[in-house]
Design a protein around this ligand. Structure first.
Ligand code: 13P
Length: 245
């Protein structure tokens, strides 16, 4: 039985006090039976970690453990402040920061070796969905990212399927689209790592998930939770999504 996972990706939103208030408020809810992780700005991770609230994740990380990389944050630095998770391969990193599959693979390997758990994000642009090449597009992302990742490493990974056309658009993918892709992702991992590893792998959905559609989305086959952007910035709306899990 896979434990459900819900991530709140706050992206580059909320200044210090609002972030802290929201983190504190969410942390004061009775502990959920599923895994609930907050991804605030990296800037606030260290202080929030000292509040002993909900588990924390970073939205990005560098591909080396230490070194002369001005402005970057290393996986070991994240680990040293009790940050547990990191998002890798988010489409906004790929789109606005030119991160390609090779870089995503380097980041994934270094993060795992440093003891972080990884939420690997994949998903197709609208053109690929329209031309029915969405499955092969996502498969290529997965194959490249998981190059040299073994079965033990895979246990520290969660896959987030986030179709780019659904992120921040209000257009969530349909049940048929989500179930097709999640089933396909699980089958791909089964082909590479075996059925047991694939059965234990959590695959979560992200893209315009909100208080109105969360309950339905979380009930779809092969959906083990969600990664929520905009709707996680407001306490009431995110609380409803937590309840829907
Ligand atoms: P939205 O929920 O705002 O569409 O963002 C999804 C996302 O990118 C989560 O990582």
């Amino acid at each position: 039985m896979r434990k459900k996972f819900l991530g709140a990706n706050w992206k580059m939103n909320l200044a210090y006090q609002k972030s802290k208030d929201l983190y504190t408020e969410l942390s004061s809810l009775s502990p959920p039976s599923s895994e609930l992780v907050i991804f605030p700005s990296t800037l606030f991770l260290s202080e929030f970690a000292s509040l002993n609230g909900l588990p924390l994740g970073a939205q990005d990380v560098h591909f080396e453990t230490y070194g002369a990389f001005t402005g970057s944050v290393s996986p070991l630095q994240l680990k040293s402040i009790s940050c547990e998770y990191v998002l890798i391969g988010h489409s906004e990193r790929r789109q606005y920061f030119n991160e390609n599959n090779v870089l995503v693979n380097l980041k994934l390997k270094c993060a795992i070796q440093s003891g972080l758990k990884v939420i690997f994000c994949c998903g197709e642009p609208y053109e690929n969905r329209k031309s029915s090449t969405h499955l092969s597009f996502v498969l290529a992302q997965i194959k490249a990212a998981f190059n040299e990742i073994n079965e033990t490493d895979l246990k520290n990974c969660i896959i987030a399927y986030e179709p780019i056309w659904a992120i921040g658009t209000g257009l969530n993918a349909s049940q048929v689209e989500i179930e097709e892709m999640h089933g396909f992702i699980r089958e791909s991992f089964s082909n590479s790592y075996g059925t047991d590893a694939a059965d234990g792998l959590r695959i979560i959905y992200g893209g315009s998930c909100n208080q109105d559609n969360a309950s339905a989305i979380f009930s779809y086959k092969d959906v083990d939770g969600g990664l929520v952007g905009a709707a996680s910035l407001d306490f009431e709306s995110f609380q409803k999504i937590i309840t829907a899990l």
